[in-house]
Design a protein around this ligand. Structure first.
Ligand code: NCD
Length: 467
């Protein structure tokens, strides 16, 4: 079965570690003697294979490192960095573009400004599709590079304290990274610019899918020590995989709240992950934060940061001081260099050049899919909002049960919405979405509002007198 990498959840923890082991091997075999984190020369494992890069948004690192990785594996590349030169400019759909390109290349790497666009591509492809960033949604291969860098620097991912700085609202690298950190048991400490915190749906999913929840205020004050201005620390239970997306453990459990950190748990910060303001994703009229955090040598003087790795997906603008470049804690250029061996390993895995790295199918999702067409995604940046794609694309949602309602998560952009009403096709009745479901009925209907329910021919459940 063809495997794709669209979100970081498309790989299991075991598969991620297997990819890292192969990246280590490539790095060892091809290391530049002067600069050991850089690969030079080439293998011949991908001889005869072609990788195509199709980028509808600006890129330096991601595209070049993929292309370099393919050359260093002994393969060839086809490259389109300018959307104006492809048929998308003539109105061709994503589905048609990939169905054509898969005849010309063995693996496609796609970057697109719309959230969920690369999932659409994967749904129509019979060759592996790799998401190189889809709007503000996810950037899973950057996360592979980030986790790989952290693991090489710190020897482990478990129990690390990772500070996330900057634009956590729009940064797609951050969105993939928090899920990765949670799954490997690292602690996440968000330090956003004001108004740029993690989106609600990301925080909700951290809790629902990975049992990763914020510590209580009391617990944070107990462990944070003096002058450390954090008000949230997200922690995972002892065995995050037991509560993962792929298991049947009930949602929020009491053991999560029992996570107790040692009193000095935040005395040492293992990594600061800095991100730029994602200016291109601000709604028209919004100019950014009044003050955007800047990480520089003066900031890192605090003892807490003595051995912090300073990371950045790059490009940097003003949020990361140049005075850190020669500081041994700065690993952002190494992080960019690791992009080549990590992407070599990923390509080898997806092309099955290394046949045993990935399982046959992707990790199964535990939630039911909803395809009744009564809901549209409310995220204005979702691919389902593109008129070109509306010609063929059906909205699809995962149904996420909560204790007092059902959520609908768009399978493309993964934003959640709360339908106002739920109904049944068999009874043609609907009621407010305000109760728990132990089993989701096969004929469930979800409605954004009353009008949508009436339009579908449903009538309201009559309220019991006095009830
Ligand atoms: C990031 C991206 O494109 O999301 N860059 C990258 O791929 N390394 C981060 C950014 O642009 O800020």
């Amino acid at each position: 079965m063809v495997r794709h990498l669209i979100t970081i959840d498309d790989l299991t923890e075991g598969e991620i570690q297997a990819i890292f082991r192969v990246a280590d091997e490539f790095l060892k075999d091809l290391a530049d003697p002067q600069v050991p984190h850089r690969v030079r020369g080439a293998k011949s494992e991908a001889q005869g294979c072609i990788l195509a890069t199709l980028f509808y948004e600006a890129s330096t690192r991601t595209r070049f490192s993929f292309e370099s990785a393919m050359y260093r594996l002994g393969g060839q590349i086809l490259s389109s960095a300018d959307p104006k030169t492809t048929s998308a400019a003539k109105g061709e759909t994503i589905a048609d573009t990939v169905r054509v390109l898969q005849n010309y290349a063995d693996v496609l790497v796609i970057r697109h400004p719309c959230e969920g666009a690369v999932r659409v591509a994967a749904d129509y492809a019979d060759v592996p599709i790799i998401n190189a960033g889809d709007g503000g949604h996810e950037h899973p291969t950057q996360t592979l590079c980030d986790l790989y860098t952290l693991q090489r620097e710190k020897g482990t991912l478990k129990d690390l304290n990772v500070l996330l700085w900057g634009d956590l609202r729009n940064g797609r690298t951050v969105h993939s990274l928090v899920y990765g950190l949670a799954r490997f048991g690292a602690r996440i400490i968000p330090m956003p610019a004001e108004g740029f915190g993690l989106p609600e749906h990301v925080v909700r999913r951290l809790a629902q899918d990975y049992g990763c929840t914020p510590l209580s205020n009391d617990e944070v004050s107990r462990v944070r020590g003096d002058k450390f201005p954090v008000d949230a620390v997200y922690v995972t239970p002892e065995k995050p995989h037991q509560r993962s997306l792929f298991s049947d453990v009930p949602e929020k459990g009491s053991e999560v709240l029992k996570v107790r950190l040692p009193a000095n748990a935040l005395a040492k910060i293992d990594a600061c992950y800095v991100t730029r303001l994602q200016r291109e994703r601000l709604p028209e009229g919004e100019v950014g934060a009044d003050s955007y955090p800047v990480i520089d040598a003066a900031f890192l003087k605090d003892r807490r940061y003595r051995s912090s790795s300073v990371m950045h997906p790059l490009p940097r603008v003003e949020e990361l001081g140049y005075d850190l470049d020669n500081d041994e804690r700065a690993v952002y250029f190494k992080q960019a260099a690791y992009g080549v061996p990590v992407r070599m390993a990923l390509i080898a895995a997806l092309l099955r050049i290394r046949p045993d790295l990935l399982g046959q199918g992707p990790p199964a999702k535990k939630h039911q899919v909803y395809t009744q067409g009564t809901l549209g995604c409310e995220n204005t940046r979702c691919v389902t909002g593109l008129s070109s794609e509306q010609r063929y694309l059906e909205p699809r949602f995962l149904i996420i049960p909560e204790s007092d309602r059902l959520l609908a998560r768009c399978v493309y952009c993964e934003h959640d919405m709360i339908p106002e009403f739920v109904g049944r096709l068999s009874t043609r009745k609907f009621e407010p979405n305000r109760r728990a479901f132990t089993d989701i009925p096969e004929d469930l209907l979800l409605f954004a509002d009353e009008e949508a329910a009436l339009r579908r021919g449903c009538s309201p459940v009559r309220q019991k007198a006095g009830g």
